[in-house]
Design a protein around this ligand. Structure first.
Ligand SMILES: NC(=O)c1ccc[n+]([C@@H]2O[C@H](COP(=O)([O-])OP(=O)(O)OC[C@H]3O[C@@H](n4cnc5c(N)ncnc54)[C@H](OP(=O)(O)O)[C@@H]3O)[C@@H](O)[C@H]2O)c1
Length: 277
């Protein structure tokens, strides 16, 4: 297959390209290349996808800065909904489509959340949910809601684990939130699951996270333990202590039973994922 990966210059994109490259020809799109295309432009999107002749697409491009989305909801809508509409409009019906979504579509209620319980509390979550709806207009779309960590391979971006590791190594003061819960996967695991699911006929919406999520504080401390880092510069606090942030749900742990049934096996625990760092 010729598989297009959008968002190839971001955090997750390079991992997806690597996981798929062993099995298929990968053609990567972002505004900075290798295939340069601003996906907010419908004509350029159509031309680029037509020239590549894609048989499948993994759409990971997005505006992922939650606070920027809140400041500029129209920009969030353009990047996270309109772009998906442009991509879908340019795809033939037989092109397999995977849309990478987020746990931020869920409400500020106790998790773990099930597919069907969406109620985003910020502009980012609303725009990604609207993007899902656009993606699902294509007949062969799989939507994967996720969260992630792992070493960034992008010069522009740092992941949560990079923030923790760099902060602790450099002795910089960092605050680890005890009131923010999630169930992320290491990007290498996530990318290999995406490559696997690309070759199935699964359609619809699936949560895809680790088993037994935890707080970002516990996550940071577990990363430090695993890598033997001093936690002397870290303090455990609450997300409310950072003023001016966009609202975020406190508990974004996901129930992954649907994905586990689809894959025919259990997803890894967070401890197993942290050991991959
Ligand atoms: N990071 C997380 O913690 C997280 C958590 C849950 C879900 N997700 C989802 O996972 C996916 C990947 O996230 P990420 O963190 O890897 O993203 P990221 O690091 O912010 O990178 C975003 C990518 O999208 C591309 N892009 C943005 N607007 C574009 C446009 N108009 N035209 C073409 N390309 C465009 C950027 O490329 P250029 O700037 O080079 O054009 C970049 O490659 C997203 O769908 C996100 O919603 C991320």
């Amino acid at each position: 297959m010729i598989v297009v990966v959008t968002g190839s210059t971001g955090l997750l994109g390079p991992y997806i390209c690597e996981a798929i490259a062993g099995r298929h020809r990968v053609e990567a799109i972002s505004r900075h290349g290798p295939h340069r295309c601003d996906l907010t432009d419908p004509a350029a999107t159509r031309r680029t996808l037509h020239d590549i002749g894609a048989s499948a697409i993994v759409h990971a491009a997005a505006l992922t800065d939650v606070d920027q989305c809140e400041r500029d909801p129209n920009g969030a809508d353009r990047s996270n909904r309109l772009v998906v509409a442009n991509v879908v409009a340019a795809l033939a019906e037989n092109v397999r489509c995977i849309y990478i979504s987020t746990d931020q579509v869920y409400p500020d209620r106790a998790g773990p959340h099930l597919e069907g319980g969406e109620a985003p509390v910020n502009a980012y979550g609303r725009s990604k949910l609207a993007g899902e709806a656009e993606a699902l207009k294509h007949p062969d779309t799989l939507v994967l809601r996720t969260n992630l960590f792992g070493p960034s391979r992008s010069v522009h971006r740092r992941s949560l684990s990079d923030f923790v590791v760099d902060g602790l190594r450099g002795g910089k003061p960092i605050t680890l939130f005890r009131d923010s819960l999630f169930s992320p996967l290491h990007m290498a695991t996530l990318a290999s699951l995406i490559a696997e699911l690309l070759e199935t006929e699964a359609r619809g919406v699936f949560n895809l996270g680790c088993r037994e999520g935890t707080s970002k504080a516990e996550f940071g401390l577990a990363v430090a333990r695993h890598l033997g880092l001093s936690i002397s510069s870290a303090r455990v606090g609450t997300s409310e202590s950072i003023p001016g942030r966009a609202p975020r749900p406190h508990d974004l742990r996901m129930e992954n039973g649907r994905a586990e049934a689809l894959l025919g096996r259990a997803l890894p625990t967070l401890e197993e994922e942290i050991r991959k760092l």
